[in-house]
Design a protein around this ligand. Structure first.
Ligand code: UFG
Length: 340
């Protein structure tokens, strides 16, 4: 299938972006990436292009740069935008809130204005389960109260609010808000994966760096939560399933119209110790760990009700935790220093 017009992926050279580019190419789309390369890599794009069996056009730039966006839309006939560019570290957002609002909120606003000026009104937006804050009940469905507890989450919620206001005022917009749970995993080829700079904030990249010998041990943040083994429970989602969710949203938007908001998760929760055990089994390595105090701002447990994504997008996560660990290990073992 060859669709008309370019699909613009902002942040396409990042972890989720590169996997999404592969899925878009496989679905027959023409892919154009706009990325500042602050947290992405051209090597990831080259590999995504090879894996997806197609070319990826690339323009380096920042979504806050309206002139650069205008030039991009003038040059390429874009039919839809997947907006993944942004900053995403919770702890950093607490220390540098203005940076988070500038990149995530002002960046999105500049992109929406450039899209409007160019007559492009179809958007898939990368949001996060962090917009829910501490859940009142589990699983979390899209009707749950919104109340993020850090500037990163609030920046995502602010963009969601912009999009709700925009779709209410201008019904010709077609917008999908995707609330990701915990994306992990890597492309099954071992060619693409998460390549965090510095010490990883998130569990899975930390575990895999311990397994490969880059770090001595994992600190497990809290073993006194009201969960079956006392450690935090999350809904881990394979990045290839997540990538497929973007393609499904793009496909569903024309018929659905207006605004649609869906959780992307598996609907299953796994504890930190579940992840460690699964990783040890997948890698054949032991992952030394010690229990440490709770990390400030963490919640005990969080998992999705993903049924709306299945109803509206026909999308469902396929991969289990073992597959996620297996693929992360293949990536980590083959690329111990990431793309460098
Ligand atoms: N954890 C550890 N040790 C570590 C890192 C994490 O024990 O070194 C624990 C955490 O305490 C938590 C679990 O592993 O219980 C998962 O932590 P992550 O940092 O991997 O993920 P979070 O659920 O905290 O946050 C992630 C993203 C957010 C996003 C959220 C959505 O980082 O951006 O998922 O659910 F908003």
């Amino acid at each position: 299938m060859q669709n008309s017009g370019w699909i613009l992926v902002t942040g396409g050279a990042g972890y989720i972006g590169a996997h999404t580019c592969v899925a878009l190419l496989e679905a027959g789309h023409q892919v154009l990436v706009f990325d500042s390369l602050v947290n992405g890599s051209t090597e990831a794009l080259a590999r995504a292009s090879a894996l997806g069996g197609g070319e990826i056009a690339f323009v380096q730039g920042d979504v806050r740069d309206r002139a650069a966006l205008d030039a991009l839309f003038a040059r390429y006939p874009v039919s839809a935008v997947l907006h993944l560019a942004g900053v995403k570290a919770v702890g950093e957002s607490v220390r540098q809130p203005l940076h988070y609002y500038e990149v995530n909120v002002s960046g999105s606003l500049s992109l929406l204005q450039a899209m409007d000026a160019a007559g492009v009104h179809t958007l898939v937006f990368s949001s996060s389960a962090t917009v829910y804050g501490a859940p009142v009940r589990l699983p979390i469905d899209e009707q749950a109260a919104l109340g993020p507890s850090n500037p990163y989450g609030r920046s995502k919620l602010m963009v969601e609010d912009q999009l709700r206001d925009l779709c209410a005022a201008q019904p010709h917009w077609r917008v999908a808000i995707l609330r990701y749970f915990n994306p992990v995993g890597a492309h099954p080829s071992g060619q693409l994966g998460e390549d965090p700079h510095g010490t990883p904030d998130n569990l899975m990249p930390f575990v895999s760096q311990v397994a490969v010998g880059r770090r001595p041990e994992l600190a497990v943040f809290g073993n006194d939560y009201p969960t079956p083994d006392g450690t935090g429970v999350r809904d881990y989602l394979h990045v290839c399933d997540l990538a497929a969710g973007h393609v499904a949203a793009l496909k569903a938007l024309p018929a659905q119209g207006g605004l649609l908001t869906v959780n992307l998760g598996t609907g299953r929760g796994h504890s930190v110790l579940d992840v460690v055990r699964a990783f040890e089994a997948a890698s054949g390595q032991t992952v030394p760990l010690r229990f440490a105090p709770r990390r400030p701002g963490d919640i005990a447990a969080c998992w999705a009700d993903p049924s709306r994504a299945e109803q509206l997008l026909g999308w469902r996560a396929e991969c289990d935790l073992d597959a996620m660990c297996r693929d992360v290990w293949r990536w980590q073992r083959g690329n111990p220093q990431g793309y460098r």
